[in-house]
Design a protein around this ligand. Structure first.
Ligand code: 1HE
Length: 262
C-alpha cells in the first residue's frame, strides 16, 4: 500500500519500484511544514514499501521548503512547543535512521526547518538556485527539528552560530563549499541527479547501506577505541551476508565492475 497525504506526494520509481520519490507538495505556502506534513513525513518513512531501497525527497514549486509553518507557531505555549519539537525529532529520525538512504534534491529556499529536513537526509544535491538560511535567529525563536545536532555535523557549530546570529544566507556555491550539499548541479537538474544517485545507491547490498546509515554516525560519536570495535563488528556482519560473498566472487571472476577514474 502506498501512503496518501494531501501535501506529500509519494511515487515509486525504477523498474523494480526500488526508489521512493517523496515530494513536499504545498507550493503556495512554499512547502512550509505544518504538523500534518511533519506527521505525513514520519508515517511515510516509517512505512516504506518493502521494494524500496533508496528514497529521494524534493519540493514542488520554486522552493524546496520554507521551514516551519509560522502560522501554527503563534498558538503554542512552552509545553506544546516541547511536544512539537519532539514530533519533528521523531519524524526526521525516521528519515535519518530509517531503513534506506535518502537523497535530498534541493532548489530555491532551504531555510529553517527546511534545512533541518535536508540535513536529516544522507546525500544533498543542490541546484544553482538553492539558498540556505536559519531565520529562527532573527524571528526570536530557536531550531527545534534537530538542527542543532545535525547542522553542526555538516558545517561546524561556528558557521551555524554565524548563520543564526547574523541571518547569513549561503548561496548554492558557498553551500557546497562549506558542506551543506555534497553535489552542486545546474538549475533545474537536482531531481534528475538525485534520482540517478538513488538508483546507484539502490544497487548496493542493503546491509552495506544500512551499516553506512546506522554505524557511521554512531561511530563518529564514540571514543576511538569503541569506534574501532563497532567497526569490526559491523564489518564482520556485513561481509558474512551471502550477497557480499557473491559480489566479491563476481569481481574476482571478472564479472564485477572495476573502479573507474572520476
Ligand atoms: C509561509 C512560510 C512559512 C512562506 N510559514 N507561511 N521560515 C522562515 O522564516 C521563512 C519564511 N519564508 C520566506 O522567507 C519566504 O516565503 C521564502 C524565501 C521561503 C519564499 O519567498 P517567496 O517570495 O517565493 O514567497 P512568499 O510570498 O514570501 O510566500 C508565499 C506564501 O507562503 C505567503 O502566504 P500568502 O497566503 O500570503 O500567499 C507566505 O506567508 C507563505 N509562507 N513561508 C508560513 N515558513 C522545527 S522548528 C523550525 C523553525 C523554523 O523553521 S523557523 C523558519 C521559518
Amino acid at each position: 500500500m502506498t501512503p496518501n497525504f494531501p501535501d506529500l506526494s509519494f511515487e515509486l520509481r525504477g523498474d523494480q519500484q526500488q526508489i521512493a520519490l517523496i515530494t513536499l507538495n504545498r507550493p503556495t505556502k512554499r512547502n512550509a511544514l505544518n504538523d500534518g506534513l511533519v506527521m505525513a513525513l514520519r508515517d511515510t518513512f516509517q512505512n516504506l514499501p518493502a521494494s524500496v531501497r533508496a528514497a529521494v525527497v524534493t519540493g514542488s514549486g520554486e522552493h524546496f521548503c520554507a521551514g516551519l509553518d509560522l502560522s501554527e507557531l503563534k498558538e503554542r505555549d512552552a509545553g506544546a512547543g516541547l511536544q512539537h519539537s519532539r514530533l519533528w525529532h521523531a519524524a526526521l529520525n525516521e528519515v535519518e535512521r530509517g531503513r534506506v538512504p535518502v537523497v535530498a534534491a534541493l532548489h530555491g529556499a532551504v531555510v529553517g526547518g527546511g534545512l533541518e529536513l535536508a540535513s536529516s537526509c544522507h546525500v544533498r544535491v543542490a541546484d544553482a538556485s538553492t539558498f540556505y538560511a536559519l531565520p529562527e535567529g532573527t524571528r526570536g525563536i530557536f531550531v527545534g527539528g534537530g538542527g542543532s545536532v545535525r547542522i553542526p555535523r555538516l558545517i561546524g557549530a561556528a558557521r551555524m552560530t554565524d548563520m543564526m546570529l547574523t541571518g547569513r544566507v549561503y548561496n548554492a556555491e558557498d553551500g557546497e563549499r562549506v558542506g551543506l550539499s555534497q553535489y552542486l548541479v545546474p538549475q533545474g537538474t537536482a531531481l534528475d541527479k538525485a534520482l540517478e544517485l538513488a538508483t546507484r545507491i539502490a544497487s548496493n547490498a542493503p546491509l552495506t547501506n544500512y551499516a553506512l546509515m546506522h554505524a557511521l554516525p554512531r561511530i563518529a560519536e564514540q571514543p576511538a577505541d569503541h569506534g574501532f570495535f563497532t567497526e569490526a563488528l559491523m564489518s564482520a556482519i556485513v561481509q558474512d551476508a551471502p550477497e557480499a560473498k557473491a559480489r566479491v566472487r563476481d569481481f574476482l571472476e571478472g564479472r564485477g565492475a572495476k573502479v573507474k577514474k572520476g
